[in-house]
Write a protein that binds this ligand. Structure first.
Ligand code: CA
Length: 219
């Protein structure tokens, strides 16, 4: 999952980025509203974490512009404790949720999972694909009830496909979900991860649609 983090405070920015990376998210971090608009125009994100008080352009302006262009990406705003009016304005401008600073990284990750679940129209926290079950919160994967050990990237790739069963994602789309800016992408890494996932979870779980990409079929 690819996340855009918009935050001008260096300490918060570093801790959120590192925390989310450890949770398997690909994170791009920008420090002002204008850079956020550029990033949103150039990349496809699964979620945006948006500080409201930002240099060059406020978070509220960025949010209004995003929604005016019809972009439905989930937005989680981060505000100061006393800024009730800002939170109300943010939610009314199209934000999906908010967090009050300073926030706990575990709570942030849980809110992100809830938003992604809602975005995927999936009420259940667990994702079931035949004999395979994924838990996005614990990153535990079971095959026939037995735990299977996956690397962080293998899990991220499987989750990207499993969030939207039946959708075909190209190699480029999968790379976008796995790697943030500045992260090296090898030429055949996606194929290597797919190969590993098939070996661990069964050859029939992920289908290759020749010339288009990969899909997890609807069960
Ligand atoms: Ca700020």
């Amino acid at each position: 999952m690819r996340v855009l983090l918009v935050e001008d405070d260096s300490m918060i920015g570093v801790s959120v980025r590192e925390g989310l990376r450890q949770d398997g998210f690909a994170v791009d971090w920008v420090r002002d509203g204008a850079a956020a608009e550029t990033a949103l125009a150039c990349e496809t994100y699964d979620l945006v974490i948006l500080d409201l008080g930002l240099p060059r352009k406020s978070g509220l302006e960025v949010l209004k512009g995003l929604r005016a262009r019809g972009t439905g990406v989930p937005v989680l705003i981060a505000t100061a404790r006393d800024a009730v009016a800002d939170r109300v304005a943010g939610l009314d401008a199209g934000a999906d949720d908010y967090l009050v600073k300073p926030f706990d990284l575990d709570e942030l990750a849980a809110r992100i999972r809830a938003l992604l679940r809602r975005q995927a129209g999936r009420p259940e926290p667990l994702i079931r694909l035949g004999s395979v079950t994924l838990n996005p919160a614990t990153r535990v994967v079971l095959r026939d009830e037995a735990p299977v050990s996956l690397s962080a990237r293998e899990f991220a790739l499987l989750l990207a496909l499993a969030e939207r069963p039946g959708a075909v994602l190209s190699r480029a789309q999968l790379e976008e979900k796995l790697y943030g800016w500045g992260e090296e992408v090898g030429s055949n890494t996606i194929e290597v991860y797919i190969h590993a996932l098939r070996k661990k979870l069964g050859a029939s779980l992920i289908h290759n649609v020749r010339g288009v990409g990969y899909t997890v079929p609807r069960q």
